[in-house]
Design a protein around this ligand. Sequence first.
Ligand SMILES: [Zn+2]
Length: 259
Amino acid sequence: MIIDSHLHFGQIRKFNMPQEMLLKSLERYNIDFGIVSNIEGCEFDSKMEFILEKQLSQMRVNVKTLDLVKRYLNKLKGQFWIKPYTESFTKEVAEFMLENKDYFVGFKMHPYHSNMKISDERCKEYLEFANKHGFSFAVHTAGDNNSDPYHVYQVAKEYPNINFIMVHMGLGTDNSKAIELITKLDNLYGDATWVNFDRVVEAIKKCGSDKILFGTDAPIDGIDTYQKYEDIMRSKGILTEEEYNNLFELNAKRIFRLD
Ligand SMILES: [Zn+2]
């Protein structure tokens, strides 16, 4: 079984990932299940400019995810994309998550597109809620200051009931800092999204195969985004059976409580 822990849909600025494209991509590459979030929650664009025109409300962004997930119950679960710059944690968010905990595995935070560190005061209430209710937190990590993996490590120390996933394990870096930090805490994980296969192998060796998840950002480069992940998807035989099963299936099931 293959579970992709990091999928998207939605349209904002140069990104265009219609729901149909996502579903076709999963089908074409035999992905059995995935965790999805709506990129329309971006508050800043790729040039770090505030998106002035028609930002959807935080609730609207995630109601769209709920609608999608409900239509494909045997294929998808959602992550609630938070908008801590323009909005905040509210009673409505709390009620929505508790009501829909069968459809959402946790939260997604993007420090670049929200122009904020995960350790920022404005993320605190989301984190406290997730910690109380055992929701996971997927956080984009990269070489820029806001997205530095170290900030995820800091909050992971503070909130032991949250499983944190360092998405990309430091995009645009050699991943060594993220890998080092993942070894230090039980509730800190890494994913393979945009990570070279040799670095994924390195992460598995250093952190343990129970700490690294398969993820792709599909369908960010279109229906055939998975072609970029050819190496890792053909790693049966290169990885041990245990490593392979953990990476593609068992870690996601455990961390996201999928059964
Ligand atoms: Zn992503």
